[in-house]
Design a protein around this ligand. Structure first.
Ligand SMILES: O=C(O)C(=O)C[C@]1(C(=O)O)C=C[C@@H](O)C=C1
Length: 106
């Protein structure tokens, strides 16, 4: 169980700020592992249904949604896009290792 995070504006020392950053990184990593598990599940479904690893239409929608989510909470949309593009490219490579490059863009 994680403890509630302090308001960053109340942090006075570099060590406290870095401890907070480390805690947030830990939580982000848990969410990334959960997202990765969802993508792993996608691979079996795509194999059954003949859907391509690379899904450009879906990838573009994910990126567009991510840019909007970033703007909604005051995160730089270009940063969010770069992070998500890196993640999606990684998952396409992993999916193609199993599925190959064929299939439909669904
Ligand atoms: O939605 C899919 O088809 C996925 O495989 C997931 C995902 C993603 O990481 O969001 C990865 C690769 C695809 O090109 C599109 C999206």
């Amino acid at each position: 169980m994680t403890s509630p995070r302090p308001d960053p504006a109340t942090l006075k020392t570099l060590a406290d700020c870095r401890a907070g950053i480390d805690a947030i990184d830990g939580e982000l990593m848990i969410l990334l592992a959960e997202r990765q598990a969802h993508v792993a599940q996608v691979v079996g479904i795509k194999a059954r249904e003949g859907v391509a690893a690379a899904a450009p239409t879906r990838a573009a929608a994910v990126i567009e949604r991510t840019r909007q989510l970033a703007l909604d909470v005051g995160v730089d949309a270009d940063l969010a896009e770069a992070l998500w593009q890196t993640m999606i490219d990684h998952f396409i490579t992993k999916e193609e290792a199993v599925l190959g490059k064929g299939g439909s863009d669904l």
